[in-house]
Design a protein around this ligand. Structure first.
Ligand SMILES: Cc1cc2nc3c(=O)[nH]c(=O)nc-3n(C[C@H](O)[C@H](O)[C@H](O)COP(=O)(O)O)c2cc1C
Length: 319
């Protein structure tokens, strides 16, 4: 019963993976997507998205990290997957679910769900390029405009040689709107022999149990639910061990929030200062009202001292 940390571009970077896997409960993580066009990417691009490549491709808490690629050119995807493997990746993940307009305009991400043959070619080319022992997984939605074609797509992914398939149980048009159609993933899971992971709309222990029950999957992937409740994976682990979970307090969370602010500040250009922190707070406020107040106070600022002062005050309970 593995819990995987979902890839989330703009917020789940190396710093967030370190924090969340330190809190615990995860078996695996996936990087933010690396965009592949038609040429080989330089090593620095892989290392920027996945600094863990230099640490046995694991977070500091020894949780393995898969490198995710997004693109529609099978040859370019394969050569870049090979490059990632040479740099130390042990699992390559393929993104067949991104709904972003710019990505879909270039026939990448969720747009590929309209073409099982292209999905097959991408998985096949990557599989053939990878050194022995390197795993290949894919992540897809249930369809592009409609929740259609998912069985054909899933079968193509398996036939081409993927080792695992994660399904975000919605179409591209469904976006991130509830509900997630966990029951439809049961049909996929029944058809395939490879491991199928259920993803989408898991916010608490009840959702986790219900998603597993309806989908028939034992492994889950969680994204926004973890950012809203950073110890949800740990709570799941404890629940399975019969321990009654004790959620993190706001004071405990603030220590991680401050760490995230400091570590992301030095990683990204100044013009983006605070962006990732604000993203995280916008999820935390779902469960912690204090996060809403903090976000309100800092949301217009890009000034390090100003934001740091507010975070420190919050940590000292001065606000
Ligand atoms: C801000 C944001 C960024 C995301 N970035 C990625 C990404 O880089 N690669 C990917 O496969 N999915 C990405 N996703 C989709 C998530 O991995 C996940 O499939 C989706 O959020 C549903 O799961 P959840 O309800 O547990 O959040 C992103 C989602 C969000 C909200």
């Amino acid at each position: 019963m593995n819990v995987l940390l979902a890839p989330m571009e703009g917020v789940v970077d190396f710093n967030m993976r370190r924090i969340l896997t330190h809190i615990g409960g995860f078996s695996r993580c996936v990087t933010e997507f690396i965009r592949v066009t038609d040429h080989g990417l330089p090593n620095r691009v892989f290392l920027r998205h996945c600094p863990e490549l230099d640490q046995n491709c694991e977070t500091a808490s020894n949780v393995p990290v898969a490198v995710q690629l997004l693109g529609s050119n099978p040859e370019a995807m394969a050569s870049n997957a090979y490059r990632a493997a040479i740099l130390g990746a042990k699992t390559i993940d393929i993104n067949f679910g991104c709904p972003a307009k710019t990505v879909n305009k270039n026939e990448g991400g969720a747009k590929l769900l309209n073409s099982p043959e292209t999905m097959y070619q991408i998985v096949r080319h990557i599989k053939q390029s990878l050194p022995e022992g390197i795993k290949l997984s894919a992540k897809m939605r249930l369809g592009y405009e409609q929740r259609h074609g998912y069985l054909e797509n899933a079968i193509a992914v398996e036939a081409a040689g993927a080792d695992e398939l994660c399904v975000h149980a919605r179409s591209k048009t469904d976006g991130y709107k509830p509900p997630a159609y966990w029951d439809l993933v049961d049909k996929i899971q029944q058809q395939l022999s490879i491991n199928v992971v259920i993803n989408g709309e898991i916010w608490n222990l009840d959702d986790w149990q219900e998603a597993k029950r309806q989908s028939g999957c034992s492994d889950t992937m969680i994204g926004r639910g973890i950012l809203a409740q950073p110890d949800l994976a740990k709570q799941i682990q404890e629940f399975q061990q019969g321990i009654s979970p004790k959620p993190l307090t706001w004071e405990e969370i603030m220590v991680y929030v401050h760490e995230y602010f400091l570590t992301t500040t030095v990683c990204y250009p100044k013009k983006f200062l605070g962006n990732r922190l604000k993203q995280w707070l916008s999820y935390l406020k779902i469960n912690y009202p204090q996060a809403a107040r903090l976000l309100e106070n800092i949301k217009r600022s890009r000034d390090f001292e100003f934001i740091d002062h507010h975070l420190k005050n919050e940590m000292n309970g001065k606000l």
